[in-house]
Design a protein around this ligand. Structure first.
Ligand SMILES: [Zn+2]
Length: 404
């Protein structure tokens, strides 16, 4: 039998038509000519859904999958205000994805099944300045993060602007500082040339610094993540700071190296990028999560890290400025002792990444070096370090509060 036209409709034999449907949908069709039965079955769907979440500077698309896709199998492309996510080897339930409600900067969602590739298309309401693909490390899902330009209001009212300025002032005025002595409890941190433990050196430095801040800046309240030798997960340290609405977060550490040669102190601010030379330090400090449970560890992985660094973008300039003031002040205190400045650096430190305020990590010197370990154990050196950080904080505070 051939195709024919009858009463405004084209009639196609089932055996041709089901082959077409097979190719372009995720259903599988079979026709039994003997019984006249036509069966439709769902087959091998491996992309099961999407979810959109609006963010202050963009939109996050979660793609749920029951199969693990590699980064190479997923391509992102923006053309004519549509974002296309093409997934090689995917089978998508086009109907269920098409019915996901739009959200964030996305006004329409469509899904297509094309042979070996599934294509998810999202109509964009705003210009996207960056798109990132993040694969889950231990699951099948993946995420596409779309960032938009900062929104600058064109028509503002005077009152609203005044209110915003007040809010800004409140936001940056330094009235609470959280001091974080690295490591503690079951996490000794680095172990020195003569077995000194990092956790035991950084605690007195933090306590001394806190006391100095309270003496010099009586209006500022000081909060410690730990005041004794206890273990605190990395994420909880910035949570403490976020919960009290701290304006600065300062994490204090000692450095180490497999070689006993490296020496000097350096100050870091957080960023998704890292300086090549910082990689060792980042790995070493991030290794503290080995002491945490697997649930805690997930907080630092994949999309969580990206989201956290997005929240940081406002603070990065302030953090960088604080880092350079602290590093300079340390220099004026420590170079007389023969300790050298290694400068200001950036890196993806998990202990900093959750902070919603400007934040730095100070590596006060190398305990793997015989001479520096000896120096760092001395209360007089610890005091100099605390004084250095304090004077950096004061310079930063004066500068920032002068500006608001
Ligand atoms: Zn450390």
């Amino acid at each position: 039998m051939e195709c024919f036209w009858n009463q405004d409709a084209v009639w196609v034999p089932v055996r041709y038509f089901s082959a077409l449907l097979d190719k372009y949908t995720v259903y599988s069709f079979s026709y039994n000519a003997g019984s006249g039965e036509f069966t439709i079955e769902e087959s091998n769907v491996n992309i099961t859904g999407v979810r959109l979440s609006a963010r202050e500077n963009g939109t996050l698309i979660d793609v749920y999958a029951v199969k693990k896709f590699s980064e190479r199998e997923v391509t992102l492309d923006i053309r004519n205000n549509w974002l296309h996510i093409d997934i090689y080897g995917a089978r998508v339930d086009t109907a269920s994805i098409g019915s996901v409600p739009p959200g964030g900067i996305i006004s329409q969602i469509r899904a297509f099944q094309l042979d070996e590739t599934a294509s998810l298309s999202f109509k964009l309401k705003k210009e996207v300045v960056a798109k990132d693909l993040v694969m889950d490390l231990d699951g099948n899902d993946f995420h596409v993060n779309l960032r938009t330009k900062e929104v600058i209001a064109e028509n503002f009212e005077r009152e609203k602007l005044k209110h915003e300025l007040e809010e800004q002032k409140k936001r940056w005025r330094i009235d609470t500082i959280v001091l974080d002595a690295g490591h503690g409890g079951k996490d000794p941190g680095a172990v020195g040339y003569s077995k000194t433990r990092e956790k035991d050196l950084v605690l007195p430095m933090a306590l001394m610094l806190g006391k100095m801040i309270q003496d010099k800046l009586p209006d500022v309240s000081v909060i410690y993540t730990r005041k004794k030798d206890v273990f605190i997960p990395l994420w909880q340290r910035t949570k403490i700071a976020n919960d009290v609405g701290a304006k600065l977060f300062i994490s204090i550490h000692c450095n180490s190296n497999v070689s006993s040669r490296p020496t000097g102190y350096e100050t870091f601010f957080v960023s998704a990028e890292k300086d090549d030379k910082a990689t060792d330090v980042v790995l070493k400090e991030n290794a503290a999560i080995e002491f945490e449970g697997s649930q805690d560890r997930q907080r630092y992985e994949g999309v969580n890290f990206i989201l956290a660094t997005m929240l940081q973008s406002d603070n990065i300039k302030h953090s960088q400025f604080l880092a350079s003031e602290v590093q300079n002040s340390l220099n004026s205190k420590l170079n007389k002792l023969g300790m050298n400045s290694r400068g200001v650096k950036q890196g993806p430190f998990w202990v900093l990444v959750g902070a919603t305020m400007p934040n730095i990590l100070v590596e006060t010197g190398y305990i793997s070096n015989k001479y520096e370990e000896k120096l760092l154990k001395k209360t007089t050196t610890q005091k100099k370090i605390a004084e250095g950080i304090l004077s950096g904080i004061i310079k930063y505070k004066d500068e920032v509060e002068k500006a608001i």
